[in-house]
Design a protein around this ligand. Sequence first.
Ligand code: G1P
Length: 289
Amino acid sequence: MQVKKAVFPVAGLGTRFLPATKASPKEMLNLIDKPLVQYVVEEAVNAGIEQILFVTGRNKRSIEDHFDIAFELEALLHEKGKQDEAMAVRSLADLVNIFYVRQKQALGLGHAILCAREFINNEPFAVLLGDDIIDSERPCLAQLLDVYRHWRGPVLALEQVPMEAISSYGCVKAKTIAPRTYEVLDMVEKPKLEDAPSDLAIIGRYILTPDIFPILERQQPGKGGEIQLTDAILELSKSRTIYGCHFEGNRHDCGDKLGFLKATVDLALKREEFREDFTAFLQTKVCRI
Ligand code: G1P
């Protein structure tokens, strides 16, 4: 069965970015000229996703507005002869079908995914976490879908991270079964360094199957007192094989201030219009250190 639907859990409070996220969602933080969430929505659309469900919470209205039609703005832009800008604004509303459901309590990532159950029904689906911006030739989600189509089971995006960073991630023990492809043998959410089974971290892209939902429904709170998706996938692994995809591409952790800064510099240097001036500017700064 083809994967047409994707779930975006966006109910988090964004505490790592306060005060920027006091009144606006972290998903709307701007990376050069687009909010974070737009990069991830574009990745999903480029991978063939046709319907997106945002699992939202309080203070997330601006995400809805960003992907909606803005009649007044469009009319004003047309009036001023700014046709290109008007089209760019409209194209966002035409990008993909978007649906919304509220996660009424912040009970964890696993609980957020459970809120998508009725929307997903009995289909395989993708999950994309907005903190991870992945710059790659072939969209990261498309790489996971290749693995899904070949091996016919749930797939997690994996990346090797420095061992001292592993406690910030879900960590897996895995065995290589094909180039950049793993069978996942064990997983643990945000382990202590000494308990981590490897340096392979789960990155925020998943292909899941609907048999995850009954497990999520029973799932007891885990790390941090939250219902963890990692714990539910571990439970699922007892009844079916879970795969890992060591995707090709450059991942930026934009849930972190330094990661966000690095992403800004990296993506800016890739843009023709900024490259020369921005490189010269950075060189003057680096020379002073
Ligand atoms: C979530 C997952 C974790 C994963 C991470 C990737 O954690 O629970 O397993 O490694 O996303 O970004 P969070 O960063 O939302 O706390």
